[in-house]
Design a protein. Sequence first.
Lengths: 514, 394
Amino acid sequence: MTAAPAVRPDDSPLGTGLSEYRSAAPALMVIFGATGDLSGRKLLPALYNLARNRLLPAGFALVGAALDDMDEARFKQMAAQHVRDHSRTQPVDEKTLDAFLRDVSYVRIDFGETEGFERLASRLNELDNARHTGGNVVFYCATPPPTYGLIADQLRHAGLNRGHGYRRIIVEKPFGSDLRSARELNRVLRKAFPEDSVYRIDHYLGKETVQNILAFRFANSIFEPVWNCQHVDHVQITVAEPLGVEQRGSYYERAGALRDIVQNHALQLLTLVAMEPPIALEAGSVRDEKVKVLRAIRPPTPNEVCLQTVRGQYAEGWVMGEKVPGYRAEPKVAPDSRTETYAALKCLVDNWRWADTPFYIRTGKRLPKQVTEIRVQFKRPPHLTFGREATRDLEQNAITLRIQPEEGISLRFGAKVPTAAMNIRSVNMDFLYASSFLVDAPDAYERLLLDCMLGDPTLFTRSDEVEAAWTLIDCIEDVWRQDQPPLELYPAGSWGPPGAERLLEEGGRKWHRP
Amino acid sequence: MAQTLSGVAPIHEDRVRARRWSAENTNLESVMEHLRQLHHDVVLHEVDPHQHPHPKNCVLNLVVATEDQQRVTFCDKVVAHLAASHPLRAIIVHLHGGGGPGMLDAEVIVEAHQLLNGFPVQREQVLLHVRGEAAHHLSSLIEPLLVDDVPTYLWWSGRHRLNEAIVQDAISFSDVLVVDSGRFEHPIDAVLELAGLAADPHATVGVADFRWGRVRPWRDAIGQFFGPEDRRALLPGLQEVSADAAGTGPEARTGAALLAGWAASALGWRFAEAAAAGPDATRAIAVAGHDHRVRVTLRSVPNDRLHHGELLTVRLAGRRGRRAFTLTIERDPGGDNHANVTIRLDGGEPVRQRLTLPRLGDPDLLVHVLWANQRDPVFHGALRAAVPLLEAMR
């Protein structure tokens, strides 16, 4: 199997100066679960926007594949409505949408039956011949995780995992539910596809602000010298959302906050903050450095799990001005559920750079607002020249990397209040994406779908990263299964259970209120 | 008496660019989306091809809560003027109360003030009309709207007692609670509740009272008198402190009690034997050290020209060794914005001075609060020390 090289601006004299120009080789894409929520809300609008920006490769065609019995016209109609409803660019350009839909088709498929995959093979063959796509196909599993192995197997049996072009498969998180199942999933996927053709998507990594962490750290010389245990007191990573579990109760009952967010999004953010500079912004180097961080996280002992982790579950409360039910009253949730909707933990990264510098992670549902941020809190100066009174309102220096909303970076430092006396207060220097570049950033899925077609896996998760993350999570889950530490309830609309405050108070610290 | 807008920069209306949106029966998600969109519109409009667009500038969140439509209008003006020099996000909440499911009407304004020196200042304001049960859960409405990493001042202009759940809920997202205790139905209770918050070691919120701001010129005058080193030596000889306030009944003496509390806190006194002396006076003995006692008298004096509770006269007297001293500060009966200061020292001829006594409106008082520390230790000390006097006045 030969990976088709992407056409880069550097390769073509006509591409010089076209900074936005990233053109992939002709290819087809199959979305399994094309009638589902992820496809409708994210994938179809992302593909439309790629088309709108002339970033889809020449000859591109999309095949929707799902269990629903519908004809092609109905699928196109549904796809059009999803694009109109969810596209980040509005209003939708109807001509572009029409052109995009002309390249869309639909195949009904039952993942348990081989006939459907045979029909799919036949359709792909027709399209490849007609569109000269060189046998290149991306398979996107927008389906529940238990089906990934089945789909990979069926693709292998139908001979769709190999051909004269590239064959790549994209799977969505969660990648397994523990280390054992993650290894099993990796094993099944590898039976059909080599590791470099498996694209594990964590859409957080496709966000501009997440990628900007690398730019912030490694394109500037003023931050890196203080980015270590000598100067950083601790790091806080917050992934908060005001939504409850909505219709995902049955999934969430099995997952919980630790598996749903910490294992992937939060630990990915941690690796980007803590990693060493990669040799180049290239998939192997970046992912090698990330894996080193994950492996350096000290696995907590059972006693440490009790002391350094917090489990919470939301009770009834008020969020965004509306009364909301408790988790146990949500649809498809057991009335005596012990599943955590909030998780907080303290991680120690045992390496030269971060020795004894805690990384605190918290995530939860039904928190007061949606926010994802990383706060790097610096140590106080060794001596406060100005005395206690003058610095009463002075906080420690901090850099906040805001992933969402109001994407940007702020630096907090002390400044003299302009009065006759010497009073010092904290002030902010802010960088906001929205008002600095005045362009709408592409959606994470646009970036990642294009990267996959370009054969650039830098922003996708490698199998060893997944396994290293599960190694840590399993240490915690093993203790949590014994109901330790106790599950604490928190009112919906609050910032989590009291235990989370205690977690930081022990170090004389407190959570930043975003 | 009309409240002035004297303490803040004037608005140059020709230099203000504004974007507005409003909706009835909406939800917070929609409000947030429009706030974001309007901000973006203003920024886009401001961009000069030769300049970099300015970043977000916001130095504070100001949350105003009131049940009174007139007050909403007034606070709106105060915030607009304040924004000419303090870029801020203001959230004005009009509490309509009532039961049943919550309903929300909203108006969003984003303004860019192009100041004379060329630095743009922004005001982002959200006016929420909250009906039904949602009004009792303000934190769920306000917290998502707050700008990160800048202090949040809650200007509570509502009628509810500070110890009621609705206020406690609102305090939970605030760094500083700002009130005018004079506007409460029971001002003495309000100040005692502030004192409770100030004394609570677990409370994360600082407190501020406009009444304390109004006492500021009097504190300045007293502090200046005892400023010189030879006069500081007189302080342990203080024997008598009295303060008269305009109005009738004990509530009129609340500000006077704060002034006495300030002196007590600063000089290490403890009030004992505080008691009412008829309907219009409170007397107390302040114990300083082992055997030194200071007589403290607070009086209410009917006055139809001044606001209820405004100070009329403050007098401090004492003797240190052979040095007798008296400081009397009397509001000018003919002109409200001045006071006459009389200093008698060492039996000599009295020294008379004239002192400006500015009448501070809410905007000025709010600016003073924003200048002060979030937890003003002097005010907190005065509150704590004044508690015995306030309790005697209830």
